[in-house]
Ligand binder design. Structure first.
Ligand code: 5AD
Ligand code: SF4
Length: 461
């Protein structure tokens, strides 16, 4: 069958979609970019903000109409976090859904598709948090989807590797602990083996993934493997050129991790460590378990220990009770940290979280919007200053391919065989330069000649 798979949300979802794609191809299906001609339409969904869910509702509305009009309507499947949050209610609201599959059930998707083709619908939610730890911790099949992965599927030289599932932090605004379940770390040997296979297949830039990746901790009998231990084991793999990890939680960022970043040459000097707010009062209400002073200290330690460290953050504006003073503290934190970039979100109450139960969403939409724009402007200034400091340097990039503007530039590349390419530095900067198309997937050295808030511009060396 021809299958269309659309992915919303975070890197974890992108990885899940890549792993699912491998399973579907292995089961003899075909993947298509054309939703209209597909026999099966799948949405891998996100629940982190209402906006992400609304996008899926609008897609499902379209599918419901198509089902009414077409002679051979496609099988419709909803995957991931929204299924976990809503379960059977989702099918009730959208009877056009044939498959509802929670995040940890994805390995059974090929079977669910066969059942749907035979007229049998599936609603498969993960076990709830209370029983999930027991159900998964000792289950060798816990990471079958990862272990059974085809290492050749995915975008050129880069690959994500999951080191843990779930989250135990329960920040008061966040739905993740409810939809992704308890935090369970994978066995280090399984992670190392997966990276080995990926590197052997030419995927030499690996990003370790976890909702709080640096909280990784694997215990077996007497032996405990911490995140810095894991970094050591993975970085040892022959042929692994670059190793990154996202996303980190400030409270678990010890100097052992920073020292590993300093000492192991293939670990990239990039730290994405969301602050969420610069104000102690709001951090407390968010349940983040650190103070502004502790976060500032982490930034200082990172700068002192890791040469040329590049920082990135996340912020939420308009959290319940956020005053102008609290907001100013977030702006101040962006200036002080000098992030390369920050992801800035308007607070969105998520049903079932402590925030939604106990706090009133009292910041008007217009104020959220203005605070969002203000932080974006402060971040743009910080980002420009950060990128400008790199002008004059020569930096290694992994070339991703033609830029979105390739062929549309006001000035055509000087060399007729060249086009505008985009690549990533070790610090995760986006660099744009002219070069031959076949550089995609390879490493190149770029002399940096210009900068904007989000991009470096340069010339191939
Ligand atoms: N509202 C707005 N932003 C949120 N995030 C998580 N939950 C919410 C919410 N309810 C943001 C956080 C997190 C990022 C992935 O999404 O900044 O780091
Ligand atoms: Fe959500 Fe907090 Fe866990 Fe991050 S650490 S996934 S924000 S609960």
């Amino acid at each position: 069958m021809k299958i269309y798979l659309e992915t919303m949300g975070c890197q974890m979802n992108r990885l899940d979609s890549e792993l699912v794609t491998g399973r579907l191809l292995a089961a003899g299906h075909e993947i298509t970019d054309d939703r209209k001609s597909a026999d099966v339409v799948l949405y891998n969904t996100c629940s982190v903000r209402a906006h992400a869910e609304n996008k899926v509702y609008s897609r499902l509305g379209e599918e419901a109409r198509r089902k009414g009009n077409l002679k051979h309507p496609p099988i419709v499947g909803v995957l991931g976090c929204m299924v976990q949050r809503q379960g059977p209610a989702l099918r009730k609201r959208y009877p056009c859904v044939d498959i509802a599959c929670g995040p940890r059930q994805l390995s059974d998707l090929p079977e669910m598709i066969l059942n749907a083709a035979a007229g049998k619908t599936t609603v498969a939610r993960d076990p709830d948090r209370k029983t999930a730890r027991d159900a998964f911790e000792n289950d060798p099949n816990f990471d079958v989807l990862d272990q059974g992965r085809d290492p050749c599927i995915g975008p050129n030289a880069r690959a994500y590797v999951r080191v843990m599932r779930g989250c135990d932090k329960f920040c008061t605004y966040c739905i993740v602990p409810f939809v992704r379940g308890p935090e369970i770390s994978r066995k280090p040997s399984a992670i190392v083996e997966e990276v080995r296979r990926l590197v052997a297949a030419g995927r030499c830039e690996i990003t370790l993934l976890g909702q709080t990746v640096n909280s990784y901790c694997h215990r077996a009998g007497e032996q405990t493997v911490s995140f810095s231990d894991l970094l050591g084991r993975v970085s040892d793999i022959e042929g692994l050129r670059r190793l990154r990890f996202v996303t980190s939680h400030p409270i678990d960022f010890g100097n052992d991790i920073l020292e590993a970043m300093r000492d192991l040459p293939n670990i990239c000097p990039y730290v994405h460590c969301p602050a969420q707010s610069g104000s102690d009062r709001i951090l407390k209400a968010m349940g983040r378990n650190y103070t502004r002073e502790q976060y500032d200290d982490l930034i200082d330690r990172a700068r002192a220990i890791v040469p040329d460290v590049v920082l990135a953050g996340d912020f939420i504006v308009g959290f319940p009770g956020e005053s102008e003073q609290d907001h100013a503290a977030s702006a101040d934190l962006i200036r002080r940290s000098g992030y390369k970039n920050s992801f800035i979100f308007k607070y969105s109450p998520r049903p079932g979280t402590a925030g939604a139960r106990h706090l009133v969403d009292d910041i008007p939409a217009a104020v959220k919007k203005y605070r969002n724009n203000e932080l974006l402007a402060v971040q743009a200034e910080a980002g420009l200053a950060h990128h400008r400091k790199l002008i004059g340097r020569t930096m290694e990039v992994l070339v991703e391919g033609p830029s979105r503007r390739a062929g549309k530039q006001p000035k055509a590349p000087a060399n007729p065989g060249h086009l505008q390419l985009v690549g990533r530095t070790r610090g995760d900067h986006i660099a744009v330069f002219d070069g031959p198309r076949d550089l995609a997937g390879q490493y190149a050295n770029i002399h940096i000649t210009g900068a904007s808030a989000l991009t470096l511009f340069g010339q191939l060396r």
